[in-house]
Design a protein around this ligand. Structure first.
Ligand code: AMP
Length: 414
């Protein structure tokens, strides 16, 4: 037997209804803010991710599904969406034709991580990218969209963590200070952190190792290194969040894993998730478009895992059940022929959902199935009905039955 690959999953019919519900909510909710959907390919040139996410990150150094195709191209299954969206913006010059591009997406991503609850090797993300404004009101729009979306889905106890990691210049100064602080402690660090101390000491702040968390507790805070403009930008965001009554905590250790972030970074967590507590994360990436060859354009976005949202919604979340409208019970060859025709007409002309029996079951079994499927009405066509060119319509709630002419069936269902 061949099973699915570790870290992937099947979404079976009993679950797909909830997925569709969530996806519809995403489409409708983000449109309220004037965002339009963008869809980019599932795989891209490997260079795109090496350059944007950063060679030094976990994603690029060990998690990408990359291969050389028969034409010698080095390709990678998309491990995150922002790089692809930015590539598309540059390629189609959308940042020339529109002053601002407000985009959202739903997409499948691939990372060779260690699978656990809330962490998969193929997973689904939704997210937004707002490209063109460097004002703090844009930051707040993006952060609040994530926050309100989870509220709209019925999640409480959200924890919004926010920080500013400043400009490149700020980070140079800060990295120097952090390096000095960690230098004396380097013997105590893990091998990974020792390497990062040289390549990018800020990544050490991301550590999940307890004794390292203890060490970095007293590390300098990047917020203290921000320029006056960056401080003002950050403070404005906090003021707007206060105005919207959105609670937040400033987390000095929040730097986010990817290289391309600048200024604002944020994460929303839920205590319903266990170890993988982040529902979503995002931030500004004011340099990325230029770094990938486009004209300098400020931008901010977030990405959110759908599996984690579904875990947080848990079993108590009930979506309104949608049942089929009609079940056609048919007995005998001629009745089957008739049922195929009636089903087609009711679906196409009356927009009704109609189920037919394709197993040639007994009348009793078909009625039992109609009951189980919770349809509103059953159309019964037996040999007797065929002879008289009639059919029976049974209302499943009241149990009332009515016999009508076969050719009246469409007008019967208004
Ligand atoms: P990231 O792109 O790493 O910033 O992640 C953004 C969000 O995507 C996270 O907050 C999670 O909700 C989700 N996510 C990231 N990696 C995984 C994964 N391996 N499996 C499931 N969800 C993930």
């Amino acid at each position: 037997m061949i099973n699915n690959i570790k870290g992937t999953k099947d979404i079976l019919p009993n679950e797909s209804q909830l997925w569709q519900y969530v996806e519809n909510k995403i489409h409708n909710f983000f449109k309220l803010f004037g965002y339009s959907e963008i869809r980019t390919p599932k795989f891209e040139d490997t260079k795109l991710f090496n350059r944007s996410i950063g060679e030094d990150t976990d994603i690029v150094s060990k998690e990408m599904y990359s291969w050389i195709d028969q034409g010698g191209n080095n390709l990678t299954l998309k491990p995150e969406v922002t790089a692809s969206v930015v590539r598309s913006i540059i390629q189609h010059k959308l940042n020339y034709s529109n002053k601002i591009n407000k985009l959202y997406y739903i997409d499948s991503l691939f990372r060779r991580e260690r699978p656990q609850k809330g962490r998969f090797r193929q997973f689904e993300q939704f997210g937004i990218e707002a490209i063109g404004s460097d004002y703090p009101e844009q930051d707040v729009e993006v952060i609040s969209m994530a926050y309100y979306f989870y509220k709209e889905m019925g999640l409480d106890n959200l924890k919004l963590k926010i920080n500013s990691i400043g400009s490149k210049e700020t980070r140079i100064k800060y990295k120097k200070a952090l390096h000095e602080f960690l230098f004396d402690e380097q013997d105590k660090l893990t091998d990974t952190s020792k390497k990062r101390l040289i390549s990018n000491p800020m990544r050490i702040l991301d550590t999940k190792v307890d004794f390292e968390i203890e060490i970095i507790k007293d590390a300098p805070h990047i917020i203290d290194y921000l320029s006056p403009d960056e401080k003002e930008h950050f403070q404005k965001i906090l003021n707007y969040l206060d105005q919207l009554n959105i609670n937040y905590v400033i987390d000095n250790m929040l730097v986010r894993g990817l290289d391309y972030y600048s200024k604002t970074v944020f994460e929303i967590q839920s205590d319903l998730l266990g170890a993988q507590s982040a529902l979503c994360g995002g931030g500004r990436y004011d340099y990325l478009i230029e770094e990938l060859g486009g004209k300098p354009t400020p931008a901010i976005g977030f990405a959110a895992g759908i599996e984690r949202l579904i875990i947080a919604l848990n079993d108590n979340f009930k979506i309104p059940e949608k049942h089929s409208d009609i079940y056609i019970v048919s007995i005998g060859e001629k009745a089957i022929e008739k049922s195929i025709e009636i089903a087609k007409n009711l679906r196409c002309r009356k927009n009704l959902s109609v189920i037919t029996d394709n197993l040639r079951q007994s009348m009793k079994s078909q009625m039992k199935e109609a009951n189980k499927l919770n349809v509103q009405q059953t159309i019964i066509i037996g040999e007797e009905e065929i002879k008289n060119n009639k059919l029976i319509i049974k209302d499943m709630k009241s149990g009332d039955q009515e016999e009508i002419d076969c050719d009246k069936v469409e007008t019967y269902f208004k």
